[in-house]
Design a protein around this ligand. Structure first.
Ligand SMILES: Cc1cc2nc3c(=O)[nH]c(=O)nc-3n(C[C@H](O)[C@H](O)[C@H](O)COP(=O)(O)OP(=O)(O)OC[C@H]3O[C@@H](n4cnc5c(N)ncnc54)[C@H](O)[C@@H]3O)c2cc1C
Length: 314
């Protein structure tokens, strides 16, 4: 498939990346591994005037032990992160979600920042321009209808980052840098809860790093997908035990992951916690699996991941 024309610029510092962004008056997109962005450009879902490559900025590719926090540069590749000794020792839920992300070929190209900022997906949206035109543009493409749910006035595309789910259970935070300056937010504050425009980023903001509290945790991740060797999550469930407290997160359905703290005793509180969190989770038929099946699999994967982790804890 032939892409639309765009200019390619490589930044050597964060400041230079922002300067290029300003030079093109914001008609620009950042590039990390390109495994989400380039298929989108090829499908005509995005038409940037310039693509600003962040791979020339060395500070974005480092993992640092900062004492109370582990700082992960946004350009760290998924494959390198899953092999990192701090991740292996402290954050098993993250290591498991990295392992479950697509396949190793993609992990060697895709970055953790790009993984968190990947756009939402729908069977009726991630299609060629020709296909989408014949169906009529949907809400996510600026049209007025949803092609997945007849009559609906909002978008139901799914956010498919495996690693956002495990990072929720680890209470991760994000460092952002943009034309208006620097800020630090909790991961959950990244999301707008709107599938059409899933992130609350200021124009031109760059995700510089992900910060994870440096505590030894126990955890794991379970994923529902059709082909175990490569597919996106159709549902993902992570659980982490952090200083005795349990946090469960569910992703792959809707605009963002949903997280819930489990009261003690953890195993007994799962049912009630799931009832609470499932109020926010409404799958529709916009993936290759039926919505009811995906919904029914939530308690199945949640019990599976919880039992595995609690067994290890005993
Ligand atoms: C076949 C296939 C299977 C996949 N399977 C999975 C899967 O199982 N699980 C999963 O989670 N994902 C999956 N993905 C999605 C995606 O490729 C990966 O999540 C990957 O990690 C994205 O990272 P990247 O560096 O390639 O992102 P890019 O494509 O470079 O960027 C993604 C988006 O984030 C923006 N961006 C990137 N970095 C920054 C930054 N630092 N600051 C601001 N904006 C930024 C880009 O502009 C773009 O909009 C799959 C993709 C493909 C093609």
């Amino acid at each position: 498939m032939i892409t639309t024309r765009f200019e390619y610029r490589k930044a050597e510092s964060l400041e230079q990346a922002l300067e290029i962004y300003e030079e093109f008056q914001g008609n620009a997109t950042y590039l990390s591994g390109g495994t989400d962005l380039l298929p989108r450009v090829k499908l005509g879902l995005e038409k940037p005037r310039v693509v600003i490559d962040l791979k020339g900025i060395p500070s974005l590719s480092q993992v640092e032990d900062q004492g109370q926090w582990v700082r992960v540069g946004s350009l760290v590749r998924l494959f390198d992160l899953k092999q990192n000794s701090l991740v292996k020792e402290l954050f098993p839920a993250l290591q498991a979600s990295l392992e479950a992300t697509s396949c190793e070929t993609l992990q060697m190209k895709g970055t953790i920042g790009g993984n968190l900022l990947q756009n939402t997906r729908c069977l009726f949206y991630n299609q060629s321009e020709f296909w989408r035109k014949s169906k009529g543009f949907c809400i996510k493409m600026g049209g007025e209808k949803c092609n997945a749910v007849p009559g609906a006035k909002r978008c139901f595309a799914n956010y498919c980052s495996d690693n956002a789910v495990s990072l929720h259970t680890l209470s991760a935070e994000l460092e952002l840098l943009g034309p208006k300056g620097q800020r630090r937010i909790k991961l959950e504050q990244l999301y707008s809860n709107k599938s059409g425009k899933p992130f609350k980023l200021e124009p031109g903001e760059i995700l510089a790093s992900i910060l994870i509290p440096k505590t030894k945790t126990l955890g794991d991740y379970e994923k529902l997908r059709v082909r175990g060797a490569i597919d996106y999550p159709l549902l993902g469930v992570a659980f982490s035990l952090v200083n005795g407290s349990g946090k469960l997160a569910i992703g792959g359905i809707g605009a963002r992951p949903n997280a819930v703290e489990l009261a003690h005793p953890i195993k007994d509180s799962l049912g009630e916690a799931l009832n609470e969190v499932q109020k926010n989770i409404n799958p529709v038929n916009n993936t290759v699996l039926d919505r009811d099946y995906r919904k029914r699999m939530i308690p199945v994967l949640a019990s599976r991941v919880l039992n595995k982790v609690l067994e290890r804890a005993n």
